[in-house]
Design a protein around this ligand. Structure first.
Ligand code: C2E
Ligand code: CA
Ligand code: CA
Ligand code: CA
Length: 279
């Protein structure tokens, strides 16, 4: 019995070592040159399910690390938040995305509104928003070309600073989308307290379509509710035909999900969605 304990201890211990080494490597890399270290972005379209028209795009961070391989944004965004490098990371992505928008707006006036994820910890930071506004000027990005996505899955702390920053965005003409709608702490409070233009119905609702009558009823009334307060609406994580059909019948026609497109490289997006409308 003693021997067993000993060996399970060493297994546990070496496991901890590997996790710790990975974590330290991610932390160190986040403080380094993000471009050289393989950080980039993918694009996922939001499409009108009736007309097939492109309604908007969301940019999603990707990381192909030279030593660790692909790392999920769920992992590296969390580390960046904990270690305070999230503003650097987001600022780097903004520059990459803005230069892509700038280049493409010249070729294609129909380039769609681009949504960028901003984590809760940054929403309280006036410095981050100053940086955002500065970069918009530098890259000549018009406010109505972009949208910031804020999540309601995490409680927004220090809401006074958040409110001030969001109002500043709104007054410039940047639109604000509430992500992961329906999963969060107090969606009604968010809607009443913050200036929200668009709501993104969380995937967890969409997944229940076809399986759970009660969730379908809740979803139908949520869609009606969002429309009644004049918010735009996008359904996230649409994977199946029957989900798309249910959403369409219920009045939610802008869809984002694998049924239409997986997140793709900017080059593929350009080829598939923009080339046809070059002037
Ligand atoms: P999110 O903002 O809710 O983004 C949607 C996630 O759902 C993305 O995962 C996307 O690839 C995935 N998705 C899209 N359609 C489908 C579908 O039909 N089925 C399924 N199963 N999944 C679908 P991803 O790219 O792994 O990102 C995960 C999360 O990481 C994001 O969730 C967001 O919270 C965070 N994230 C990603 N990029 C950024 C970023 O640049 N900044 C910040 N702050 N967070 C980011
Ligand atoms: Ca999002
Ligand atoms: Ca989401
Ligand atoms: Ca999410």
């Amino acid at each position: 019995a003693k021997k067993q304990r000993g060996s399970s201890y060493s297994l546990f211990h070496s496991g901890m070592g590997a996790n710790l080494a990975r974590r330290l490597m991610i932390e160190k890399s986040l403080a380094g040159n993000l471009k050289e270290l393989g950080l980039y972005f993918a694009i996922q379209p939001q499409l009108n399910c009736i007309t097939g028209e492109l309604s908007g795009i969301e940019v999603l961070a990707r990381w192909q690390h030279p030593e660790l391989g692909p790392i999920s944004p769920l992992e590296f965004i969390a580390v960046a938040e904990e270690t305070g490098t999230i503003s650097n990371l987001t600022s780097y992505l903004l520059k990459e995305v803005f230069s892509f928008i700038k280049m493409n707006k010249k070729k294609c006036s129909k380039f769609p509104k681009t949504a960028i994820n901003v984590t809760p910890s940054l929403l309280t930071s006036t410095a981050f928003f100053e940086d955002l506004f500065h970069l918009m000027e530098k890259f000549q990005i018009s406010p109505d070309w972009i949208e910031i996505e804020i999540t309601e899955s995490v409680e927004l702390t220090c809401s006074e600073a958040t409110l001030k920053n969001l109002v500043a965005c709104r007054s410039k003409g940047i639109s604000i989308a509430l992500d992961d709608f329906g999963t969060g702490f107090s969606m009604l409070a968010y809607l009443m307290d913050f200036p929200i233009d668009k709501i993104k119905l969380d995937k967890s609702f969409i997944t229940k379509i076809g399986f759970d009558r009660k969730s379908e009823a809740v979803l139908k009334s949520l869609i009606q509710f969002v429309k009644s307060i004049d918010c735009e609406l996008v359904a996230e994580g649409v994977e199946l035909e029957n989900e798309a059909a249910f959403l369409e019948t219920s009045g939610c026609v802008i869809h984002q999900g694998y049924l239409y497109e997986k997140p793709m490289s900017p080059e593929d997006f350009d080829r598939k969605y923009l080339e046809l409308s070059y002037h």
